[in-house]
Ligand binder design. Structure first.
Ligand code: GDP
Ligand code: MG
Length: 166
């Protein structure tokens, strides 16, 4: 058996970069420009010995009639329902923003199994943002850099009990 992991978090925290690293194929577009990625993307992830399905919540960057908050909520709730666990990513470089709290609330309300990750955490510039992430009350954040491949061992350790459960 395998499990499904949804990568959630506000735009630009590095979800698609991590998705691409886990899936190893360029299934999710990564771009600084708005309007590039769409909705939910699914791929088969490999991380050490672990094999699982990973969902990237995209589409948040697109301008539509629906408000960004509305889209964020709808897509995140859908991803949470599809997944066995969620990897909630915050940006250790920017520190916590009000939008991060919106996601934390959705995850709490949905009673989702949450793994918290402070991303873009390569280098000392990310120290303050990393420690700030503890304030979300979602446990000890994994310190990682999806772009540089740091923290993948800790991510594996966090996913291991989930893999054993499913
Ligand atoms: P998404 O909107 O959450 O899917 O974020 P993306 O994966 O598209 O990344 C947004 C921006 O952050 C891009 O410019 C990435 O190159 C950059 N980025 C992603 N991961 C990291 C990281 O680990 N460290 C740093 N410094 N930048 C990153
Ligand atoms: Mg993306």
């Amino acid at each position: 058996m395998s499990f499904t992991l949804a990568i959630v978090g506000r735009p630009n925290v590095g979800k698609s970069t991590l998705f691409n690293r886990l899936v190893g194929k360029r299934l999710a577009l990564v771009d600084d420009q708005p309007g590039v990625t769409r909705d939910l993307r699914e791929g088969e992830a490999r991380l050490g010995d672990l094999r699982f399905t990973v969902i990237d919540t995209a589409g948040l960057e697109e301008a539509t009639d629906e408000s960004l908050q509305g889209r964020m909520r709808r897509l995140t709730e859908r991803a949470v329902e599809m997944a066995d666990a969620c990897l909630f990513i915050v940006d250790a470089r920017s520190g916590l923003l009000p939008a991060d709290e919106v996601f934390a609330d959705i995850l709490r309300r949905k009673n989702a199994h949450v793994i918290l990750a402070a991303n873009k955490a390569e280098g000392k510039a990310a120290d303050a943002g990393y420690f700030e992430a503890f304030a979300l009350g979602l446990g000890e954040p994994i310190r990682m850099s999806g772009e540089h491949g740091e923290g993948m061992g800790d991510l594996m350790l966090a996913l291991d009990p989930i893999a054993k459960e499913f």
